[in-house]
Ligand binder design. Structure first.
Ligand code: UD1
Ligand code: UDP
Length: 385
C-alpha cells in the first residue's frame, strides 16, 4: 500500500561470553542492544566461570538465553576449548543469529569466534587489537586475541594504539573503529547504581572499621603464567608489605585453586591482611575507591584504577595496555617479591612519587563506547541490506 511503512526485521545478534571480565565489559553492550528496536539480542554464556560470572549477571540484570555451564574445577585449556567449541556451535545452530559478538581474549571468546567462522557468520570483536607482542605473556590470551583478530568482521579497538596494532597485522583499516573500552561504561553504570543505592557496596563496612587509619592496598591476582613461583613471590611480597603497622592489604582471592591454595597457605591469619571471597562489581568499585594503591596482574583493573586516579602496580613482565604506563599511572613491576616490595614502599614513603602516579587518567574511553558500538553495528547492517 503506498505510503505504508514496513518495519525492517531486526538483526539478531548473539552475544557470547563466559568469564567475569567479559560479563563486566559486555553488559553495557547488552543493555544498549536490548534497548534498541533495530536489534534482537540473544545472550549465550558458556559459564567458563560460574560464581564469578553469576555475580555480574545478577547485578546487571542479565538473564541468559543459553547457558552451557561448562566450568570444571581447575579445567585444562584443551578440555575447556573442546567443550566450548562444540557447545557454542550447537547454540549458534539453534539460535540462527545474523551476527555474533565476542569480547577480549578468553577461551570462550576464541572458541565463540571460531564456531561462528565455521558457520560463516560475521563476528564482531569488542576490545580488539590489544597486543603484548609475546605469545606467553599473557598466556594464552595473546594468541586467543590474534586468532579472533584474523576472523573478525568489525574490530572495536579501545584506543589508537590497539587500532594501529591491527592495521600493522594487515587488517583492513576500514573495518577497525576506535570506540574506547566498554569497561568505562560499566564503571560509570555501577557508580551511578551505588549512588542511587549505597547499600549495594556496603558489605565492606566491617573491614573498613578494622583497618581504619591504615593505608589500604588492594590486590588481585590470577594469571596462568604467574602460577607456581610467581604466586609464591606475590604472597611473599604481601607478607612483607603487611608487616608494616601503617598498612593493610585487602585481597579478594580469585576462585582458581592455583591461586587460592598458595594465598591461603601463605597469608591466612595475618593481622593486616584480609583474604576475602571475590567481590561483586559494586563492592570491587568500593575497594578501588578505598585503596591507596592497586597491586594486580588483572587486565581490567589496569584500566579501572587509572580512571579513578589510583596508582596501579602491574605484576607482569609486559602489558597489552601500554597507555596507562605511558601516562605514568601504571607501572610494570613483574613478580619478584623484592621488586614489588621496593615499588610499594616507594609509593608509601615518597609523597612526590605517589602524587606523580595518582592522577586521574583515562585513555580507555568516555563511557559512551557501547552506544558507539551499537551505531557502528547498525551502520554495518544498513550497508549490507
Ligand atoms: C580466565 C581466562 C582469562 C581471564 C580470567 C578472568 C582463559 C583461558 N582464561 O582465567 O583470560 O583473564 O578468566 O578472571 O580463558 N573458578 C571457579 N569459579 C569461578 C571461576 C573460576 O571455581 O566462578 C575456578 C575453577 O576451578 C576453574 C578455574 O577457576 O576451573 C579456572 O578458570 P578458567 O576460566 O579456566 O581460567 P581463569 O584462570 O579464571
Ligand atoms: N573484579 C570484581 N571483583 C573482584 C575482582 C575483580 O568485580 O573481586 C572486576 C574488576 O573490577 C575488573 C574485572 O573484575 O573489571 C577484572 O577481572 P579479572 O581480573 O578476573 O580478569 P582480567 O581483566 O585480567 O581478564
Amino acid at each position: 500500500m503506498p505510503g505504508t511503512m514496513t518495519a525492517q526485521p531486526s538483526t539478531r545478534i548473539l552475544v557470547v561470553f563466559g568469564t567475569r571480565p567479559e560479563a563486566i565489559k559486555l553488559f553495557p553492550v547488552i543493555h544498549a542492544l536490548k534497548a534498541d528496536p533495530r536489534f534482537e539480542c540473544v545472550v549465550c554464556i558458556s559459564a567458563q566461570h560460574r560464581q564469578m560470572l553469576d555475580q555480574v549477571l545478577e547485578i546487571a540484570g542479565i538473564v541468559p538465553d543459553h547457558d552451557l555451564d561448562v566450568m570444571q574445577p581447575d579445567q585444562t585449556l584443551d578440555a575447556l576449548t573442546a567443550n566450548l567449541l562444540t557447545g557454542l556451535g550447537k547454540v549458534m545452530d539453534a539460535a540462527q543469529p545474523d551476527r555474533v559478538i565476542v569480547q577480549g581474549d578468553t577461551a570462550t571468546a576464541m572458541a565463540g569466534a571460531l564456531a561462528a567462522y565455521y558457520r560463516k557468520l560475521p563476528v564482531d570483536h569488542v576490545e580488539a587489537g590489544l597486543r603484548s607482542g609475546n605469545i606467553y605473556h599473557p598466556w594464552p590470551e595473546e594468541v586467543n586475541r590474534k586468532i579472533i583478530g584474523s576472523m573478525a568482521s568489525l574490530h572495536f579497538a579501545p584506543t589508537e594504539t590497539s587500532r594501529n596494532a591491527l592495521v600493522n597485522e594487515n587488517v583492513d583499516p576500514a573495518r577497525v573503529h576506535v570506540t574506547g573500552n566498554t569497561v568505562i561504561d560499566a564503571l560509570h553504570w555501577v557508580t551511578a547504581e551505588i549512588e542511587r543505592q549505597p547499600s549495594l557496596a556496603g558489605g565492606l563496612a566491617e573491614l573498613e572499621a578494622r583497618f581504619a587509619g591504615k593505608r589500604i592496598i588492594g590486590v588481585t591476582s590470577h594469571r596462568r603464567e604467574n602460577f607456581g613461583e610467581g604466586m609464591e613471590q606475590i604472597a611473599a611480597a604481601i607478607r612483607r608489605i603487611a608487616a608494616r603497622s601503617d598498612t593493610a592489604v585487602i585481597f579478594p582471592v580469585h576462585l582458581n585453586p592455583n591461586v587460592r591454595k598458595v594465598m591461603n597457605e601463605r597469608l591466612s591469619g595475618l593481622g593486616n591482611v584480609a583474604l576475602i571471597e571475590p567481590l561483586d562489581y559494586p563492592h570491587f568499585a568500593r575497594l578501588l575507591s578505598l585503596a591507596e594503591i592497586m597491586l594486580t596482574d588483572s587486565g581490567g583493573v589496569q584500566e579501572e584504577a587509572p580512571a579513578l586516579g589510583k596508582p596501579v602496580l602491574v605484576m607482569r613482565e609486559t602489558t597489552e595496555r601500554p597507555e596507562g604506563v605511558a601516562a605514568g599511572t601504571a607501572r610494570l613491576v613483574g613478580t619478584s617479591a623484592e621488586r614489588i616490595v621496593t615499588e610499594i614502599s616507594t609509593l608509601l614513603d615518597d609523597r612526590e612519587a605517589y602524587e606523580a602516579m595518582a592522577r586521574a587518567h583515562n585513555p580507555f574511553g568516555d563511557g559512551q563506547t557501547s552506544r558507539r558500538i551499537v551505531e557502528l553495528l547498525a551502520n554495518e547492517v544498513r550497508h549490507q541490506a
